[in-house]
Each structure stands twice: as structure tokens, then as C-alpha cells.
Design a binder for this molecule. Structure first.
Ligand SMILES: Cc1ncc(COP(=O)(O)O)c(C=O)c1O
Length: 413
């Protein structure tokens, strides 16, 4: 690195976020982030797709937006319209879709379009950190709604909406991850989706539906998307190829009425998301997506089983969790006195990376002894070894799980 002497600090405008930390590599046992299983990336299929599509259409790379315009590569939007109709019941056309650089860009565009400092939104109490940090940065008040086995609790939502109305506040949106919630892994049943829509319509609040895990369910058919059930067009639906194919591709999408899409398009000033990724995805997904997903979910389910077994073996009754209905995360509760922010530091020093609960929740007290574990990216062996190291660290720092005479404790639960 060159020796840096120029001082940029006096030039920085107020309100910038804290500087990013330098990347120091992945922990030996990494249970963090939304990373996927490296062995499940369909590498051969992607190689064939890139060859075929570049031979056929490579020259269109000479044009910003290919030959498809600013909403994204047309064959990818065509694939999505068919997939969304088949899987999620969404009846849309290619022009209702905007391809973006990962669904994180979708979060940014929706927020930039709708939110101003001091606004209020409703959000699930335990939710995606990337959504929470964005809202905090924008100075937006996030009202957290508790969840149960079926996702966001409607009684609590109704109470929050009534309370806000009483105070003269209209929330800008209700953000939900209804199909394999992050981090709890719940799926909101169709009947509850209908209740949610009814409430949202009654209060005139749009729903922001983040469906990026919807392909990763263990069994049965997913309920229709909330977008598909809406009668008034007040649902913004976003999705991603990060969880079903690969996060490094950075390809996501937004389905929304033109009144919203046209505003977001005006804010999307990057001259189009990565073209090659879109081309390769369309080429690969049209023939292969439907067969790829069950293989992927079988592998993920096997890793989840390994994780739950390892936790039962190493933590016994000290770790509580529910068997998630899909996805890549397990949301774990440790005894109340365990502070997972402290555990995070101690575990990292021992080579185990975890996501501490308070970073994934609007309620820091409720989530203080919870943690999120991603089971997709570590191998089965790493899961077993990593959980054993985590249990040792947790015992050393907090006295749980109990150990007797230096030997592994507790029978499984
Ligand atoms: C709920 C949720 N939304 C959005 C994202 C962002 O995903 P991407 O930008 O990779 O599509 C994630 C990533 O983990 C997520 O969990």
C-alpha cells in the first residue's frame, strides 16, 4: 500500500457513517452473514451458460442496459414473470420488474423513494440487520412487532397501528419477510397474510414484502406472496438470486406498480446493474432453476440437522431453538444471563464467528441472549467443531453450558 499523507478528514461532510473496518478474512468457523453453501453453486451450469449467452449475444454488451433498457435484461425479467406466477402466484409482466444489484439495492431504492428523516415504519421485531441499519442511518423510527410460530403477530400489529394513529402517525410501510423469516425461519400462513393485508388496507399503509428466502423451504408449497393477494396494488415485492444461486452475483429484483417503479428508476443512477450476471442467470435459470432448488434445499436441510444435533450435544438444554421451516439460519436462545455481544467477541477470538441477537432485533433486551447462526456456508465438520468451540467459550465466559470434570456435559435434549 502507498504511504498515505493527504488528509481527507477535513473534507468529509457531516453525517457520514463510521469508517468501515478492513476485511481480515473469514473466521475458521464462520456462522455469520447470508453466505451460501460453496458446494451448491451450480458452477458447471454457469460456465455453460456464460459460454452460450456470450457467443450468442456478447455484442450487446456494447450498450448500457444491453438491448433491454434500464429495467434490466429482458430474458431475466421474462424468467421471473413465469417463476413468480408459478411459485408465488404473482401476476405481473416484464415491465412491472426492475432488476437491481442485489435486494440490498432494492431496500435502498424503496427507502429513498418513501422515507424522510423522522418518519416511522413498522417492521418485525427480529429482522434483517441490513434493514435495521438502513433505517437507523436515515433517522427513521422502526416500530418492532413481535413474532410467533407463524411470523409477525397480527394482534400486536393491530395494536401498534391503532396506537400510532392515536398519536397522529401514519407509518410509511410495513416491512415483512413472510416466507422464511430472517432470523426466525417462520413462514406466515395464507390466512395471516390476508389479515395483514386487511389491516394495511384499513390504515392505508403499503406493505414492503422481502421474499429473498422464499425458494428455500423444506417441504410443501409456499403460500402465495402477499403481493399476489393484494387488491389495491399497495405491496412492493422484492426478491434475489443470492440465496438460490449465489450472493456474489449481486442480482435482485423489485416488483411494484409503475408509480413506484418509475420513481425508483429515477433514483437508480448506476446506468444498469451488472449485465453479465443478468445474462448468465437468465441463461442458466430458464432450463435449470426448477431442478437446482430441491437439490440445494436438501443439502441445506442436512446441514441444519447437523447444526441442531451439535447444539443439542454441546449445549443440552442451555440452547433453545425451533426447527426453522427453511432458509439458512437458526435463531438460538441461550440462558438470560448470556450476553451474546460479549460472547461474539470471545468466540471470535477463538475462531468462531456468530451474529449476536441485538444486531438483528429492534428489542435489545429481548435479543440480548439470542444469536443467529448461518449453517449454509460451513461444512458439516466445521459445524460440529465450531459449535464445540462455541460451547467451550460460552462455558468459560458465562458458566453455560454446564461442564463436569472437564468432560462434555449433558445428554442431548
Ligand atoms: C431479508 C434479507 N433481505 C435482503 C438481503 C440482501 O440480499 P442481497 O442483496 O444479496 O439480495 C438479505 C441478505 O442476507 C436478507 O436476509
Amino acid at each position: 500500500m502507498t504511504s498515505a499523507t493527504f488528509d481527507f478528514a477535513p473534507l468529509l461532510p457531516p453525517g457520514l457513517p463510521a469508517p468501515a473496518a478492513k476485511w481480515t478474512g473469514l473466521a475458521k468457523y464462520s456462522f455469520i452473514g447470508g453466505n451460501n453453501d460453496p458446494d451448491q453453486v451450480p458452477v458447471e451450469g454457469l460456465i455453460d451458460a456464460v459460454n452460450a449467452v456470450l457467443k450468442r449475444e456478447g455484442k450487446t454488451l456494447a450498450t448500457y442496459g444491453l438491448a433491454s433498457g434500464p429495467q434490466g435484461y429482458r430474458p431475466l425479467r421474462d424468467f421471473l414473470t413465469a417463476k413468480l406466477r408459478r411459485d408465488a402466484g404473482i401476476n405481473c409482466v416484464a415491465d412491472d420488474i426492475l432488476i437491481v444489484s442485489g435486494s440490498l439495492q432494492a431496500l435502498d431504492l424503496v427507502n429513498q423513494t418513501l422515507l424522510a428523516h423522522g418518519d416511522t415504519v413498522i417492521i418485525e421485531r427480529d429482522t434483517y440487520q441490513g434493514a435495521l441499519t438502513r433505517l437507523a442511518r436515515l433517522g427513521v423510527n422502526a416500530v418492532g412487532i413481535p413474532l410467533d410460530h407463524d411470523g409477525m403477530r397480527i394482534d400486536a400489529l393491530a395494536a401498534a397501528l391503532a396506537d400510532l394513529r392515536h398519536r397522529g402517525v401514519t407509518p410509511k410501510y410495513i416491512y415483512t419477510i413472510p416466507t422464511v423469516q430472517n432470523p426466525t425461519g417462520t413462514i406466515m400462513p395464507q390466512a395471516r397474510r390476508a389479515e395483514l393485508l386487511k389491516l394495511a388496507e384499513h390504515y392505508g399503509v403499503p406493505i414492503f414484502e422481502d421474499d429473498c428466502y422464499a425458494d428455500l423451504i423444506w417441504e410443501g408449497k409456499r403460500p402465495p406472496a402477499i403481493h399476489a393477494m393484494s387488491r389495491n396494488g399497495g405491496v412492493i415485492h422484492i426478491g434475489s438470486f443470492s440465496k438460490s444461486i449465489a450472493p456474489a452475483l449481486r442480482v435482485g429484483f423489485i416488483v411494484a406498480p409503475w408509480a413506484m417503479l418509475s420513481r425508483m428508476l429515477a433514483l437508480k443512477t448506476d446506468a444498469g446493474s451488472g449485465a453479465l450476471e443478468q445474462m448468465v442467470l437468465a441463461e442458466y435459470c430458464a432450463p435449470h432453476f426448477a431442478a437446482h432448488v430441491p437439490k440445494l434445499t436438501r443439502g441445506l436441510r442436512a446441514k441444519l440437522d447437523t447444526l441442531m444435533e451439535a447444539l443439542n450435544e454441546q449445549f443440552g438444554t442451555s440452547a433453545e431453538f425451533e426447527d426453522p421451516k427453511g432458509g439458512i439460519f437458526l435463531w438460538v436462545k441461550l440462558p438470560d444471563h448470556v450476553d451474546t455481544l460479549k460472547l461474539y467477541q470471545a468466540a471470535l477470538a477463538a475462531g468462531v464467528a456468530i451474529n449476536p441477537g441485538p444486531e438483528w432485533s429492534t428489542d435489545k433486551a429481548y435479543s440480548g441472549s439470542r444469536l443467529r447462526l448461518c449453517f449454509a456456508s460451513p461444512s458439516h465438520d466445521q459445524i460440529r467443531e465450531g459449535v464445540a468451540v462455541l460451547a467451550d467459550v460460552c462455558h468459560r465466559e458465562f458458566g453455560v453450558p454446564p461442564r463436569s470434570a472437564n468432560v462434555e456435559k449433558q445428554a442431548g435434549r
